[in-house]
Design a protein around this ligand. Structure first.
Ligand code: FES
Length: 232
């Protein structure tokens, strides 16, 4: 079946302004948007640039805006969409080329919240074990694949890209609510700053955008509540 794809194009080395290019692709019933982009690149236009790796919704590299919504191209099936399919880079990030955006600032914010267990305050020569009940408390926090769909959909981030953004705050929650972690106060330098937790205006776009059905807004609210409870 033939389908049309209207794809955002931008070449920083050309004097041409960004534009949309339409491709017609003979798609199979089981194809995802990534399959269609691969068909364009491999059979029609090798200059088209986009990121992809795992093809299974794990690596997070293929996030892009498809028909107005942030999605994983490797998970979204072509047959679920009607008419011409519009494919654009993630909004809110600088476009480097076609569908490829600059993710340096995004990963810088993830790093800023210290996404690792801080557990050296009470030295032990034993393994730090966690009960199944305590492990369960991390459900909904640990599954993030760092695709950037949530941060890219956040109006607070659009107006201020120094804001840590929902992905980094969700990552902070994953460690702050780990019963083995002792780094809550250490992370507060960043989380309780003007570009941290309080920049979120609970708009919930991030919840809508997350391809893994996570809830960064809820994680942010829980971190704020803990901060208030501990009177930091
Ligand atoms: S290619 Fe890895 S998530 Fe899509």
């Amino acid at each position: 079946m033939e389908r049309q794809f209207k794809v955002f194009r931008y070449d920083p080395e050309s004097s041409k302004k960004p534009y949309f290019q339409t491709y017609t692709v003979d798609v199979q019933k089981s194809w995802t948007i990534l399959d269609a982009l691969n068909a364009i690149k491999w059979e029609q236009d090798g200059s088209l640039s986009y990121r992809r790796s795992c093809r299974h919704g794990i690596c997070g590299s293929c996030a892009m805006k498809i028909n107005g919504k942030n999605e994983l191209a490797c998970e979204l099936q072509v047959f679920t969409l009607k008419g011409v399919i519009k494919v654009e880079p993630l909004p809110g990030f600088e476009v480097l080329r076609d569908l490829v955006t600059d993710m340096d600032r995004f990963f810088g914010h993830i790093e800023a919240v210290k996404p690792w267990l801080i557990a050296g305050l009470s030295p032990t020569d034993k393994e730090r074990l966690q009960s199944p009940e305590d492990r369960k408390k991390l459900d909904g926090l640990y599954e993030c694949i760092l695709c950037g769909a949530c941060t890219s959909s956040c109006p607070s981030y659009w107006s201020n890209d120094d804001f840590l953004g929902p992905a980094a705050l969700l990552k902070a929650a994953r460690y702050c609510f780990d019963t083995r972690d002792e780094g809550f106060h250490e992370r507060m330098d960043v989380l309780n700053s003007r570009n941290g937790l309080w920049r979120c205006h609970t708009i919930f776009n991030c919840v809508e955008a997350c391809p893994k059905d996570l809830n960064p807004t809820e994680a942010i609210v829980r971190l704020r509540a803990r901060l208030a409870a501990e009177k930091i």
